[in-house]
Design a binder for this molecule. Structure first.
Ligand code: C5P
Length: 236
């Protein structure tokens, strides 16, 4: 294992995005002249260190074929699964046909279109010699409370060393496949790729990312992402 291993991306894009309340999956909504997923892929594919991208789409996806991805090099498809973790695992299986098991994989949500090249470069530079890998995150800024089911506050939680987990999450291909498969076999609830690595006893490294790397989840997020994309364009 050394830093000469290549870098790839797996993009889970098989969700329906029910919290958006839209008639089409959120990754295909239009934002700043392109679909959400086109923004995401254009940023990943154009990063100079990226060897290729595997996108996991739903078996009954009706929108992918309508995209014009002619300018995007080295995109491969895999079939999505029931949950995000199944989509990621299918993407990793597809990737293993062309990548080495020690190559690095940056798993990135299709629904995060504002991912900036600086975040990708910073993550690669920080983690490329790390034994496990890690993820982008943001330190929690607000005071954190835990409530009971009825909504009354039970506890104030210290926000020291507390982070919001973002993507990309960067791990070695073989190790991440093993971690996700073990977690699924153990019926462990996989909330993100890092949690599967933690489940097999490893400690991913947290890397502070940019605050504009938001996930499109609710309708208001679209206008926020539009603003960030316009702002990033101006700064180029
Ligand atoms: O729903 P959520 O925002 O958590 O989804 C995160 C990412 O995982 C999205 O890009 C979504 O398309 C993807 N996903 C997937 N397969 C699923 C569910 C979600 O690829 N079964």
């Amino acid at each position: 294992m050394n830093s000469l291993n290549r870098f790839w991306s797996v993009v889970p894009a098989a969700g329906v995005g029910s919290r958006m309340g839209a008639s089409i999956p959120k990754q295909y909504l239009t934002l700043h002249c392109k679909t959400v997923i086109e923004h995401t892929l254009s940023r990943l594919c154009s990063h100079p260190q990226m060897s290729g991208v595997v996108v996991a789409i739903s078996a009954d996806d009706q929108y992918w074929q309508k995209l014009d991805l002619s300018g995007y090099v080295n995109i491969h498809l895999a079939e999505g699964g029931a949950e995000r973790c199944h989509s990621v695992l299918n993407g990793l299986h597809g990737l293993s046909e062309m990548a080495d098991e020690n190559d690095w994989v940056l798993v990135h949500d299709a629904a995060r279109p504002c991912i900036h090249h600086d975040d990708i470069s910073h993550m690669i530079e920080t983690l490329k010699d790390h034994p496990v890998g890690g993820l982008l995150g943001l330190p929690v800024a607000d005071t954190m409370k835990r409530t009971g089911a009825e909504g009354n506050v039970l506890q104030t939680i210290s926000r020291d060393n507390l982070w919001r987990a973002l993507t990309p999450q960067m791990f070695r291909l073989g190790q991440l496949q093993k971690a996700l498969q073990t977690a699924l076999d153990d019926q462990f609830l996989v909330t993100d790729d890092a949690s599967a690595m933690e489940h097999i006893g490893l400690q991913p490294r947290m890397v502070e990312g940019r605050a504009d790397n938001i996930k499109i989840t609710r309708p208001d997020d679209l206008s926020l992402a539009e603003m960030y994309l316009a702002q990033q364009e101006k700064q180029q």
